[in-house]
Design a protein around this ligand. Structure first.
Ligand code: PRT
Ligand code: ZN
Length: 283
């Protein structure tokens, strides 16, 4: 039985649970116990604070875990990152009061920086030869400069709204993070194929996110042009239509380029374009 550690309550919990669900690993989380057996797959879900997930996986308490890359880096536990999961995107950045003149990293020499990520920060400052003091604060790091606890902060930024509302500006983006799948170094051999299976399913779910399946009618003379626009994974599917000289072309595109692709396809003569959602894609 594989045991998977995920965040109990917080920004990554819902996305972690729904990713597992879409991969066929269902749990009834209404029970809110800290260890739940999946009803659909031989797996258990262990609900932890995100800070504790790298250690739980390193110790073998869980076989794999879903956690922010920032936590993996900060904790420095002996775990292997086996996949990026495409959600929980953020960065860990240095920010200073917005009125400050900032000309480069030397700004931080002799300054005090508040953070919940002292290990990442001290390594970064050392690499850059900057001599700053670090104050470790667990919550609400962004208020530290305003209350005189620090000159600057090193914290997670996503939209940047929190910085703005606290009168701060982001000046250095140090780490780019997202949720990652981690594995312990000593997973027993008999669990490896079960782990591979889970990794394969999570990949398929992640890769199908934001994909659209396109079907259209296209004059045969224009097929080559259309293939250049929507090349698909290997190549699009072309099927003859009952009407002579026309074919049906099927392909897959990323949602963020869907509208521009549709415009281009119309220009080369595509008609009757249908757009469908992709539930899963297995590469
Ligand atoms: O209780 P537990 O210890 O499990 O949770 P936690 O409070 O330590 O973590 P949580 O739930 O806040 O975040 C879990 C993970 O989500 C982080 O480790 C990151 O990998 C990821 N993540 C993604 C974020 C954000 N985006 C984010 N915006 N974590 C925190 N924030 C904070 C940020 O620090 C800021 O204060 O959200 C606030 C809003 O950000 P803006 O820039 O959008 O305003
Ligand atoms: Zn935490």
């Amino acid at each position: 039985m594989i045991r998977i550690a995920i965040q109990a309550k917080g920004r990554l919990s819902e996305d972690s649970l729904s990713l597992l669900r879409e991969a066929g690993i269902d749990v009834d989380d209404s029970k809110r116990q800290f260890l739940l057996r999946s009803s659909s797959h031989p797996a258990e879900i262990l609900f932890l604070r995100d800070d504790d997930i790298p250690q739980a996986v390193a110790l073998g308490v869980a076989d794999i875990g879903i956690v922010g890359y920032n936590e993996v880096l900060e904790k420095g536990e002996d775990v292997e990152i086996i996949d990026k999961l495409g959600f929980g995107s953020c960065r860990v950045s240095l920010a200073v009061p917005k009125g400050e003149h900032y000309a480069g990293l030397e700004y931080f020499n002799g300054k005090r920086i508040a953070t919940s990520y002292p290990n990442i920060l001290s390594k970064f400052l050392k690499e850059k030869n900057i001599d700053a003091k670090i104050s470790v604060i667990e919550g609400s790091v962004e208020i530290a400069p305003a209350v005189g606890m620090s000159d600057a902060i090193f914290d997670i930024v996503s939209s940047g709204g929190t910085l703005v509302s606290n009168g701060l500006k982001e000046v250095e983006k140090v780490v780019f993070s997202q949720a990652v799948l981690i594995k312990g170094k000593n997973v027993s051999k008999d669990k490896l194929s079960a782990l591979e299976q889970i990794k394969f399913r999570l990949n398929a779910v992640r890769d199908s996110k934001g994909l659209k399946y396109l079907l259209m009618n296209i004059p045969n003379s224009q097929i080559e042009e259309a293939i250049k626009i929507v090349p698909a994974m290997r190549s699009p599917t072309i099927l003859p239509l009952a009407q002579e000289g026309w074919s049906s072309l099927h392909s897959v595109v990323k949602e963020n380029v869907l509208w521009e692709k549709i415009e281009q396809l119309k220009q080369v003569g595509a008609e009757g374009i249908l757009v469908l959602s992709v539930e899963k894609m297995v590469l």
